[in-house]
Design a protein. Structure first.
Length: 334
């Protein structure tokens, strides 16, 4: 459901699974959930996921393949109908660093989609390196600009500070907040950048910005060497910015950064996710954030499960010991 004035192009970025497709996905997720050790971080379980993901419903596979090839004007994809039964969802966790280590049906389904798109990765310094992570409000952290907060979350590229940030972020809803007002905000650079002046757009390609690690990382917030906010093809660049952690190194760069933030806010859409919805955000081209909400800490609060996907798994091999899924280098120069 959308709640603001920027509707998404539903035909391009929305897939609602049919009852038959849901049944097929349910069976695959149930099979995977009971395989091997039933541990989402176990190499054997992940190997099973790589095999089983090739059996996803054909229309779902085709949609995911098109999306990874070209994520479209919106640079995001909403898939509806994953196996999330409200009666089977346990109370929402409310502790810092909450993760999903044991294979549940929803986690198995999310992993199947992610493994079809590429390879799952995690960061040792965030959420203890778990591949399936819980995004839940934590008492006392309401104002934190991160996954444990409940205030409005600033628009950002996930782990923008890191050279091996994910290509795609998967956000699956197990339950929304009590008032059903918490929304995922998404904004595509392909829609925002045409709003910039040519001079500011050119400046954003220059190494005149620094980005610190977010609060969710267990490390200092020291910023890395200067980088461009826009990189790659001038006519369709990747974007690398976290408006809560990226700073300009001079007044002209600060003006360009401020114009960029206004442009992203102007084109942002807000999605109220329902249980079984998973939003795939192209982390190279799209920013995401969250509207504010009021948690009650009674077991019924908002609960999102999150995974990170890399398309070129080999690229991060140097910082993944033993060819595992966890990236261990903290701050990495671009």
């Amino acid at each position: 459901m959308l709640v603001d004035t920027n509707p998404l192009a539903a035909g391009e970025c929305l897939l609602e699974l049919s009852p038959v497709e849901r049944d097929e996905l349910d069976r695959l997720a149930a099979t995977l959930a009971t395989r091997s050790s039933r541990r989402t971080d176990d190499p054997g379980w992940l190997a099973d996921a790589r095999e089983l993901c090739c059996m996803l419903p054909a229309r779902l596979r085709a949609t995911l393949r098109r999306f990874t090839s070209h994520s479209g004007a919106e640079a995001m994809l909403l898939v509806r109908g994953l196996p999330v039964a409200a009666a089977d969802v346990p109370p929402t966790p409310s502790v810092a660093g909450s993760v999903q280590r044991e294979a549940s049906m929803p986690a198995a389904a999310l992993v199947l989609l992610g493994m079809f798109m590429g390879e799952l990765v995690a960061f040792r310094e965030e959420k203890s390196g778990a591949l399936v992570q819980d995004v839940v409000p934590v008492p006392g952290q309401e104002r934190v600009q991160g996954n444990s907060g409940s205030v409005r979350l600033t628009m950002h590229v996930e782990n923008a500070f890191h050279a091996h940030r994910p290509d795609f972020v998967g956000l699956m809803c197990l339950r929304n907040d009590h008032d059903n007002v918490a929304g995922l905000r998404v904004a595509s650079s392909r829609k925002a950048l045409p709003r910039l002046t040519p001079a500011h757009r050119s400046l954003l390609h220059e190494p005149r910005f620094v980005t610190a690690a977010p609060q969710s990382f267990n490390q200092g917030a020291a910023a890395e060497t200067p980088h461009g906010v826009l990189t790659g093809a001038v006519d369709d660049p990747d974007v690398r910015v976290d408006f809560g952690n990226t700073a300009a190194t001079d007044p002209a760069a600060a003006a360009a950064l401020a114009e960029l933030e206004r442009a992203f806010d102007a084109v942002a859409s807000t999605l109220i996710l329902a249980p079984g919805d998973v939003a795939w955000v192209d982390n190279r081209l799209s920013l995401h954030g969250r509207t504010s909400f009021t948690p009650r800490y009674d077991g019924g609060d908002r609960w999102i499960q999150r995974v990170f996907v890399q398309l070129d798994f080999r690229r991060s091999r140097v910082v993944r010991p033993h060819d595992g899924q966890v990236i261990t280098a903290p701050l990495v120069a671009p």
